[in-house]
Write a protein that binds this ligand. Structure first.
Ligand SMILES: [Cu+2]
Length: 73
């Protein structure tokens, strides 16, 4: 079976819309990620992906952008 192609993740350290845009760009730069919707209030993001969820690459992209990855919700 295929995994469902959307996962919600926790992202720590976002303070404003600039951060949201930064995280969105970082997530959408990850291979396998189709799009990302970032929620500032909840400190989370919904990630649409295809194939296997690229969790390690997502964690790295978020950390490289100076935010913290809090795992899938
Ligand atoms: Cu900000």
């Amino acid at each position: 079976m295929f995994d469902k192609a959307v996962k919600e993740i926790k992202v720590g350290g976002m303070m404003c819309d600039h951060c949201v845009a930064h995280v969105k760009t970082a997530l959408e730069g990850v291979e396998g990620v189709k799009s990302a919707e970032v929620d500032l209030k909840k400190g989370s993001a919904k990630v649409k992906y295809k194939g296997e969820f690229p969790e390690e690459a997502i964690k790295k992209a978020i950390e490289d952008a100076d935010y913290t990855y809090g795992g899938t919700i």
